[in-house]
Design a binder for this molecule. Structure first.
Ligand SMILES: [Zn+2]
Length: 250
């Protein structure tokens, strides 16, 4: 297990909850105790252009620092996906998040769709043909759904049950219905944590989720699995839950 992180992700690039000062600090501290870190390079504009329109890329570009950070976050997702392809599980501890970024627009603290940019890069290169993206964030990843809505090779599934027990059984049941894929990606939002906005899942639930998804990837996707950070706004919960998720994924 590798954690993909760049010191620049600590920079406050915008005035929103995902860009809040110190948001990732406890997670970095906690994950460094357990896992080794690798540093990503920014995504190339051409990588982002497989998912987003030129007009959207230009609009983000006018935001200066946010654009730089969005390219670096997409690069973090690419690095995590490439590790997964090489047989090493990985977690992109990145920001800004991406799952609310559609081809020509974005909202909800997102600019470029990190997970989509990474999956499409691997697909474009012919490294993979199919992928499953599982989203455990509190919010539906409308951007990811929009990117892959007409792409039968890439499935997107958001776990939407509102209670803890239903959430875990929904995920288990969904995975039980799935065939094989070349890669599994996890949009890992932690805003369902009991200490966060969703108030649903406990820290240990994330370990169970990590194990369920890793077992599925082992059985159905040659063990190729990576996760990227989406939401998660309570710093201590984010640190604990991310660590639990990664322990489950190992
Ligand atoms: Zn969210």
């Amino acid at each position: 297990m590798k954690v993909v992180f760049h010191e620049r992700f600590r920079e406050v690039y915008a005035r929103d909850a995902a860009a809040a000062p110190g948001r990732l600090d406890l997670a970095v501290e906690e994950l460094r105790r357990h896992f080794s870190f690798v540093e990503p390079a920014p995504a190339a504009v051409g990588d982002v252009a497989r998912v987003h329109t030129t007009a959207h890329i230009e609009a983000v570009k006018r935001r200066g620092l946010t654009y730089e950070m969005a390219l670096l976050a997409a690069g973090g997702a690419i690095a995590a996906a490439e590790l997964a392809l090489a047989g090493e599980k990985a977690f992109g501890l990145i920001r800004p998040p991406g799952h609310h970024a559609s081809p020509s627009s974005s909202w909800g603290f997102c600019w470029f769709n990190n997970v989509a940019v990474a999956v499409e890069k691997l697909r474009y290169r012919g490294d993979i043909r199919t992928a499953l993206i599982v989203d455990i964030d509190l919010h539906f990843g409308d951007g990811t759904a929009a990117v892959f809505g007409r792409v039968p090779e890439v499935a997107y599934y958001h776990v939407s049950a509102q209670s803890r027990r239903e959430f875990l059984s929904e995920l288990e049941e969904f995975l039980g219905t799935q065939g094989s894929y070349d890669l599994v990606a996890l949009s890992a939002g932690f805003d369902r944590h009991v200490a966060d906005w969703g108030g649903t899942l406990y820290t240990e639930d994330y370990e169970l989720i990590g194990r369920m998804v890793a077992d599925f990837a082992a059985a159905r996707a040659s063990g190729r699995l990576f996760a990227v950070l989406e939401g998660g706004y309570d710093r201590a919960a984010l640190a604990e839950a991310a660590c639990a998720l990664l322990e489950g994924m190992e």
